[in-house]
Design a protein. Sequence first.
Length: 325
Amino acid sequence: MDEREMIPKNLQRDEEETISLISSLPSDIDFHGRELFKYQECWYDNKTLQGILNFQQGFEPQDTDIIVASFPKSGTTWLKALTVALLERSKHYSHDHPLLLDNPHGLVPVLELRLFTESSNPDLTNILSSPRLFSTHVPFHTLREALKNSPCKIVYVWRNVKDALVSLWYFECANLKIEEERSMLESMFESFCSGVSYYGPFWEHVLSYWRGSLEDSKNVLFLRYEELKTEPHVQLKKLAEFLNCPFTVEEEESGSVEEILELCSLRNLKNLEINKTGKTARGVDHNNFFRKGEIGDSKNYLTHEMEKRIDMIIEEKFRGSDLKF
Ligand code: PAP
């Protein structure tokens, strides 16, 4: 018997539909030489797109779900850690706090990259329960379709895209275990500027969540990595209020805000055993998610012309949106 014959009829049809949908989409090649497909205004490889289609089709949202969203390399790991620490703060842990036992990506899995890659009906019973915490890199319009009008809380973190680009370059090189190659940064830069980049164009991404937050500020919070860095107390309290778990006066007086910020600091997370030695389910070293975390680090790598070109793209794309870079 052919393997496909063993798959239930309804799943067989889904798979065929998926393949046919993907092959009908516009496609292009990114800096890796990888084929990307354009779906709902953004670009994905085949595998990710299958995960997105499964997610949109099969996700059964609960009204209490919390979704951490971002363009890659924009502060996801930090925001996941902060969200876990906020929600877990009333429990008394000694050496078994979830952040000591797993990387933030293990605790807050990516919907389309981890949970829904193989099926539109995955087992979600292992998810950190009540409220369930998920993450995604898809833009707002694509996420909203999967949420099917459920009032889940969505927290988006945005970062200066030039810093995100350099961060991605380092990350790719670390994963490939190669020295940082300038030529690779230049190719990635071209992909970024043309918009044909994994989960890009970045401007579609950022603008989708920006508009989402303006339309529904109760359920969509738009945070900036740079503000998290410069005013962490204010931003953490804002996040807590948005998630309906504000700090009490007693908590503030007893240093709970500082405790969470310290637990989730880059220095602390980077030095935890689990992050020095562990790997994600997809085989990425936890360690690769932690580098410098500095504002404006891209200045050290991008030429003046490169910076100017991105600035001009941003100015043009964000014109009329009220979104300041
Ligand atoms: P992801 O998209 O693969 O999840 P993401 O966490 O969004 O990556 O971004 C990684 C960046 O966040 C890295 O920035 P850098 O390359 O410029 O250094 C990483 O160092 C930074 N980062 C990770 N954890 C923290 C943290 N706790 N505080 C501040 N920055 C952090």
